[in-house]
Design a protein around this ligand. Structure first.
Ligand code: MTE
Length: 319
């Protein structure tokens, strides 16, 4: 993956308004949740624009002084600085080239070791799944990060609905292949279609999320409309966009960046400041919109919730 510098942090007036209304609403929701004692149940899910790090860190017993604040990344940045190689290699390409990306109708193939295989219309696939908002940090392997309010549903709920068989140990996801709409697929930057995968216990972990929107709006094409994965404790390349197939497998499935460069991109891709990328350190990251770098946290700060998934594993070997 290439690293490009980013200077564009100005918001248009309408987006600034959107954002400030949004933040006020979040503060209200969080204050109400706290008064009901909900923050104690799921502090990281209630991460808000202003008191997020404080809430989360208090729950972890970390003092605030050693943790910089976590503020929402402005909508403008979330939707204009993207990695979506199907729409070009430059960070500004996806917003331009996904403008007319057609996401309706959309269907998803469910295959492999599962009781309910078939081709589902997206609406049918999502019927009955509880909708939620989750504010998650996204840490790209290129050492930049954002804080994004996602809308969608728990991946575990979808998997429960599809009923994998006892043979299923992993789940693989596949992005649309359509070079007419996705000009990047005419080039050979990666083997298309983009594929990603998780171990089934990772996929059914309560933090694993499927997004259909962000900032309370429909997911823009450049962010992976109409359906994308969000795995907040892993590097961003695991969070595959514009999903058209979900496949349950017995063996560890192929993943795009691992196929492209197995020495640099592993299957697990857990955020780990102690394991450098062969070409750069992962100890620090630049939060988009900030000047100073901040330290990268193990599992992107979600270690108290997910580290047990990897107990006994050598995380240097299984990077
Ligand atoms: N999914 C597909 N299909 N193609 C891609 O190129 N890029 C990944 C991931 N999902 C990518 C993808 C990478 S490297 C990152 S960092 C995140 O998407 C970026 O998500 P964002 O643009 O919504 O911030």
């Amino acid at each position: 993956m290439l690293i490009k510098s980013h200077n564009k942090h100005d918001c248009t007036e309408s987006e600034v308004t959107d954002y400030s209304i949004y933040v006020k609403r979040r503060q209200f929701i969080e204050a109400s949740a706290r008064s009901l004692g909900l923050a104690a149940i799921a502090p990281s899910l209630l991460l808000s624009a202003c008191s997020d790090a404080a809430t989360e860190n208090a729950a972890k017993g970390i003092s605030n002084s050693d943790q910089p604040r976590d503020e929402l990344t402005p909508y403008e940045d979330v939707t204009s600085y993207n990695n979506f190689y199907e729409f070009g290699l430059d960070k500004s390409d996806p917003a331009k080239l996904a403008k007319n990306f057609k996401v309706k109708p959309w269907s998803v193939r469910v295959e492999g070791a599962v009781e309910k295989p078939g081709v589902y219309d997206l609406e049918d696939l999502l019927k009955g799944l509880p909708q939620e908002e989750r504010i998650y940090r996204l840490r790209c392997v290129e050492a930049w990060s954002m804080v994004i309010p996602w809308n969608g549903f728990a991946l575990a709920d979808l998997i429960k609905k599809l009923k994998p068989t006892s043979a299923a140990k992993y789940v693989q996801f596949e992005t649309l292949y359509d070079p007419q709409q996705m000009p990047g697929q005419k080039g050979r930057a990666l083997d298309w279609p983009y594929v990603e995968g998780l171990r089934l216990d990772e996929a059914t972990h309560p933090l694993a999320f499927m997004a259909t929107g962000l900032y309370g709006k429909e997911l823009p094409g450049q962010n992976g409309a109409p359906l994308r994965l969000v795995v907040p404790w892993k590097y961003g390349f695991k969070s595959i966009k514009s999903i058209v197939a979900i496949r349950f497998t017995e063996k560890q499935p192929a993943t795009s960046w691992n196929i492209a460069n197995p020495g640099e991109y592993g299957f697990y891709a857990n955020v780990n400041p102690k394991v450098s990328h062969p070409r750069w350190t992962q100890r620090k990251e630049r939060r988009i919109g900030e000047f100073l770098k901040r330290p990268t946290l193990p599992f992107n700060g979600y270690g108290d919730q997910v580290a047990s998934l990897y107990q006994g594993m050598d995380l240097k070997r299984y990077f």
